[in-house]
Design a protein around this ligand. Structure first.
Ligand SMILES: NC(=O)c1ccc[n+]([C@@H]2O[C@H](COP(=O)([O-])OP(=O)(O)OC[C@H]3O[C@@H](n4cnc5c(N)ncnc54)[C@H](O)[C@@H]3O)[C@@H](O)[C@H]2O)c1
Length: 366
């Protein structure tokens, strides 16, 4: 029999983060459960200072519920910063659904989740993330008007990697301007690690701009898709080889997080790092190691904001040209971050955080 007098385990470190730490301060955290469908989800709203909290829905088999809450807190906070610097009138939010999407994702579960999004009455706007896709958002959208990342047939914008790659390219041009005084990659050697949805489009921009491109990917199919279309692109065995390529000017991590760590940073031959991957800095302090080595790091969440710019636009009736114009501004934002970093004597990642915090604080003061 269940011990009804017992106090359940409270994830003390998660609550401490929420109420007491610098990484906390979230406005609202909603625990959602629907036993009929097996839904267990966490919706975290870090900030609505700039507008409704916007961020995707991650569907992931977390090791524990506490880990899921911690991830939702962390990811939603990151979205506040990303949205602020993307110039969007949105705060940061994120939802996580606990469980293996391969095993438990059903239409009924997604509809139950959508009803929780609806219950927030527009304070939270959702989209795709790891483990959720455009087709899933089409289902979630049946229950509420605050779901983006839908298919074009359902009023959505579809694949966000086109504008994500375009934004990364703008960030890279700004990095080239800052380091070499010219906003072009012409004649530069650029290494792209991961040529999936975003990396593929990025390679295309780089070649059009006159760069020499070297790529790597763990999936043979991804590499073949590139070399079939662009036979002039060089291929190396893996990321370890890519970061050591002689004469590499720019390194673009476009695969997984943690690309910049204690092993890779000392070995990098590139002078600029600018890529699409989320959470490239493996731990706090790596941004300083990059600066100490004279490597210019374009903060990931700034340059990869094209996707969130796109989904935010869906709420106003998607217009590709309007979105592209907004994603073009990533060039100016990246320049402003490098300028602030230089003025304050801090790494660009810290300067980006300061600028985002400034925008949120100004919005709070009204
Ligand atoms: N798609 C978007 O709109 C978007 C927006 C913002 C950020 N991002 C981030 O950009 C990155 C790429 O996203 P995507 O949509 O192109 O994903 P994707 O899955 O289409 O592509 C990732 C590619 O990286 C490859 N890869 C995985 N591990 C690797 C490794 N160790 N070395 C080399 N290659 C490896 C994969 O085989 C795949 O081809 C992710 O970190 C994602 O979170 C994407």
């Amino acid at each position: 029999m269940t011990d009804v007098t017992g106090v359940p385990d409270v994830p003390a470190d998660v609550l401490h983060t929420l109420f007491h730490s610098e990484q906390g301060g979230h406005e609202q955290v909603v625990l959602c459960q629907d036993r009929a469908t097996g839904l267990k989800a966490v919706i975290a709203l870090h900030s609505t200072a700039l507008g409704p909290a916007l961020g995707g829905t991650r569907f992931y088999p977390y090791a524990s519920e506490a880990e899921a809450v911690a991830d939702a807190l962390n990811l939603s906070r990151g979205m506040s910063y990303k949205n602020a610097l993307a110039g969007l009138d949105h705060g940061g939010g994120k939802a996580v659904i606990i469980g293996d999407p391969e095993k438990i994702k059903t239409e009924e579960l997604l509809l139950a989740y959508g009803r929780f999004v609806a219950s927030l009455g527009g304070r939270y706007v959702t989209a795709c993330d790891v483990g959720t896709y455009v087709a899933d958002m089409d289902v979630v959208a049946r229950t509420n008007q605050w779901t983006t990342g839908r298919s074009p047939e359902n009023g959505g914008a579809g694949d966000s990697s086109v504008l994500t790659a375009f934004g990364v390219f703008q960030g890279m041009r700004a990095s080239a301007q800052t380091l070499w005084g010219d906003p072009t990659l012409r004649g530069r050697k650029v290494g792209v690690a991961g040529v999936g949805k975003v990396g593929h489009y990025l390679v295309e921009h780089l070649l059009q701009d006159g760069a020499e491109v070297v790529v790597t990917d763990v999936r043979e199919e991804s590499v073949r898709r590139i070399t079939d279309r662009f036979p002039q692109v060089a291929v190396v065995a893996d990321t370890d080889a890519l970061i050591r390529v002689e004469g590499l000017d720019v390194y673009a991590p476009c695969a997984l997080g943690g690309a910049l760590n204690d092993e890779t940073v000392p070995a990098l031959t590139a002078k600029i790092v600018c890529g699409a991957a989320n959470n490239q800095l493996a731990h706090p302090g790596i941004e300083k190691d990059l600066s100490d080595r004279g490597i210019l790091y374009a903060p990931d969440y700034v340059v990869n904001a094209g996707g969130v710019i796109q989904v935010a636009d869906e709420l106003h009736g998607f217009d590709f040209d309007r979105c592209k114009a907004k994603a073009t501004k990533i060039f100016d934002t990246t320049l402003a971050i490098f300028a602030r970093a230089k003025a304050d004597g801090i790494p660009p990642a810290a300067a980006a955080d300061r600028l985002a915090e400034q925008r949120m604080a100004e919005a709070r003061r009204g």
